[in-house]
Design a protein around this ligand. Structure first.
Ligand SMILES: [Zn+2]
Length: 459
């Protein structure tokens, strides 16, 4: 058999694959609403049965919430784990949908055919691209191309409360050579990408206390220290004139971007002006000599997210407040240590305090960044396979926000994860009239067939 036979099978079976996806989309597996508990169960049962039809021993595994679906198939070559989620977001407001969200259909649009319905893009359609690629292998060769573990979650849209405990309890079973996660999109809706960098997050709430009660600014103004003034100086001092964060040791563990990644990012032709223009801005405000894309994907930040102090109601009150506080967050990259930065930030604040002022701190989460090792041969194999399928070459990209699941694979299982997805920016995930381009579904399925072929050959 050749890869071409498998790809030909995928092309020939597109209608069958679409019908199966529509079937799954008819199940209203809304995870956050207890009224749909039985439907989540039904979606899990559907997947167990569908995996069985391609020779995968799968079962529904209970959690305190909705069940996981875990399936294994033996094979030669590397052990690949695939993750997707079968639950969906609520559909409200229903009146903004052009059709019943759980009566999906194939719709002709000026931009081509789309699969319309809740979950079509996020994440049932994406999940099924991988299953359909496996089905084509099973049909053509009677088996799957390598050892595969299927891992489907039913609580992703409601905060994944059972995910970490389940991964910890079943770590041995879920360990693999590489994890594939299909829940992201094409970069700028056209370039296939593998997300390899996700920033971490550290939060601190800081309260400065001066006088032991609120004072009248006429009676005490001038004589009393004002905590708002102290807080403002502290926040203003967090960045220098070059936009760099001044907290001592902050840049320890921030890696330089390798030349080849820099080259790939330049090739993405990111619309920097449009990115800022869309929010009414024209000048990048971060570190000098860095592009906006570098800033959001590969550089750490420090931002004040809120400031509280004094009188902020209608009218005016000449108060000299006893306290002022701020919420400060840091996005982290590379191997920056959130705990070391927390300590350093607190020491910096203490060093800025004038006499008579005290500082109190309250920590809000501290998660390190996830950086995947792209020197793992699976990454280049997958990137080559994606480049073969799509008109544009695939790139390694970053993600400024957080996709916790990728970090969990790395932290709990020690497995590098590749985030590869085929959604487009206008798929309206989580919104009314969600859709998935039929082309994304088709080429996504072909992409996985190519990736599995490349991974199996690498072993
Ligand atoms: Zn999703």
């Amino acid at each position: 058999m050749s890869l071409d036979d498998v790809l030909a099978r995928i092309d020939a079976d597109l209608d069958g694959a679409t019908d199966r996806l529509l079937d799954l989309l008819r199940i209203p597996s809304i995870s956050t609403d207890p009224a749909y508990k039985a439907e989540c169960d039904r979606a899990a049962d559907w997947l167990v049965a569908d995996l069985a039809s391609i020779g995968v021993k799968a079962e529904k595994r209970p959690t305190p919430g909705h069940p996981m679906v875990v399936g294994h198939v033996d094979g030669d070559g590397p052990h690949v784990l695939f993750y997707g989620h079968y639950d969906v977001q609520p559909v409200d407001p229903l009146n903004l949908w052009d059709r019943d969200p759980f009566d999906p259909t194939i719709e002709e649009t000026p931009a081509g055919k789309v699969i319309r319905g809740r979950g079509s893009s996020d994440d049932k359609g994406q999940l099924m691209t991988f299953v359909e690629a496996c089905r084509a292998y099973h049909t053509v060769t009677g088996k799957l191309p390598c050892r595969i573990t299927f891992f489907f979650e039913g609580e992703e849209e409601s905060g994944s409360p059972s995910l970490v405990p389940f991964m910890k309890d079943n770590a041995e079973e879920l360990k693999s050579d590489v994890a594939l996660i299909c829940d992201t999109g094409l970069f700028q809706s056209k370039t296939p990408s593998i997300v390899t960098m996700l920033r971490g997050l550290l939060g601190e709430q800081l309260t400065i206390t001066g006088p032991d009660k609120d004072l009248h600014s006429g009676m005490y103004g001038g004589a009393s220290i004002n905590p708002i003034r102290v807080l403002s100086r502290i926040i203003a001092g967090l960045h220098d004139d070059q936009g760099r964060v001044t907290v001592p040791g902050f840049y320890d563990g921030v890696p330089d971007l390798p030349d080849e990644i820099m080259e790939q990012w330049r090739g993405l032709n990111f619309d920097h002006a449009g990115f800022l223009g869309d929010v009414g801005l024209s000048h990048p405000a971060g570190e000098q000599d860095r592009s906006a894309l570098e800033m959001i994907w590969s550089r750490p930040t420090c931002e004040a997210n809120g400031i509280i102090g004094g009188y902020t109601g209608e009218g005016f009150k000449t108060v000299l407040p006893s306290q002022a506080s701020a919420k400060i967050s840091f996005r982290l990259v590379g191997t920056q240590d959130p705990h070391a930065i927390r300590e350093s930030f607190r020491a910096y604040v203490q060093s800025m305090l004038p006499p008579d002022c005290t500082a109190e701190f309250h920590g809000h989460g501290a998660s390190p960044a996830s950086q995947m090792s792209t020197d793992h041969p699976a990454f280049e194999a997958a990137r080559g396979a994606l480049s073969d399928e799509w008109p544009e070459d695939a790139a390694y990209t970053g993600c400024g926000g957080s996709i916790p699941i990728a970090g969990y694979f790395k932290q709990i299982l020690g497995t590098d994860a590749m985030l590869i997805g085929f959604a487009k920016d206008n798929d309206q995930i989580h919104s009314p009239n969600e859709k998935y381009d039929l082309e994304s579904f088709h080429k996504g399925t072909r992409s996985w067939a190519r990736i599995l072929d490349a991974l199996a050959k690498k072993a």
